[in-house]
Design a binder for this molecule. Structure first.
Ligand code: AMP
Length: 216
């Protein structure tokens, strides 16, 4: 199964994507996580991506597509995948379609997570993530058991540089302009598109997402 999680920054794609993959045995492919790993490792790709990410702008499509193509090949042609933060533009969605059809596969389901901008800004400012395993917490809504430490591996949690209030405003505007058109793009495709209200408890949203995938 190939699933795409669509939704604005802070809506819970990371938290819900990780849970969904743990529960259903799917691979989580987050382009944001891949880019942050490339930045930490200081690769040329990471260095190129940095200025776009810090400004809250999208990294050029060619960079993203190369990275996703490589990951998909590594995962193998039968892997179930949950895409988180990809595609983010119509050209990325078209390229993904072409890549998948070359593997005789297609996007099966698209889950669109929604929440008000006010909630999103609050969520993003409270967000902390584990640099080791990618688990996402929120100091207001979903704190770790011990402040500042990951429940899974004890690593020190970090606050993303692009989670500042000013950058979030840009990221929301970029989402509306460049990514939201993908909702109608997929509604016009063969994929089944489901909308889930992301402004609810983590387990509730997870339950609704599994239902949307026909897994409950
Ligand atoms: P995320 O963790 O998904 O919020 O992504 C963090 C940042 O990485 C974004 O604000 C973009 O700068 C960049 N990024 C992640 N995924 C993509 C993508 N599919 N296309 C372009 N830029 C991306």
């Amino acid at each position: 199964m190939i699933v795409i999680l669509l939704g604005p920054p802070g809506v819970g794609k990371g938290t819900q994507g990780v849970l969904l993959c743990e529960q259903l045995g799917l691979h989580h492919l987050s382009t944001g996580d891949l880019l942050r790993a490339a930045r930490r490792e200081g690769t040329p790709l990471g260095q190129e991506a940095q200025k776009f990410m810090d400004a809250g702008q999208l990294v050029p499509d060619e960079v993203i597509l190369g990275m996703v193509g490589e990951k998909l090949t590594e995962m193998g042609r039968d892997a179930g995948v949950v895409f988180d933060g990809f595609p983010r533009t119509v050209p990325q969605a078209e390229a993904l379609g072409a890549l998948l059809s070359g593997l005789d596969r297609r996007v099966d389901r698209v889950i669109v997570l929604t929440a008000d901008d006010r909630v999103l800004v609050q969520r993003v400012s409270g967000r902390r993530s584990c640099p080791e395993c990618g688990t996402v917490y929120n100091v207001h809504f979903n704190p770790p058991s011990e402040a500042g430490k990951c429940d899974k591996d004890g690593a020190a949690l970090t606050h993303r540089a692009d989670d500042s209030e000013e950058t979030v405003a840009t990221r929301l505007e970029v989402y509306r302009r460049q990514t939201e058109p993908l909702v109608s793009f997929y509604e016009r495709s063969d994929a089944e598109v489901r909308h889930v209200d992301g402004d609810q408890a983590v387990d509730k949203v997870q339950g609704l997402m599994q239902e949307a995938l026909g897994q409950r």
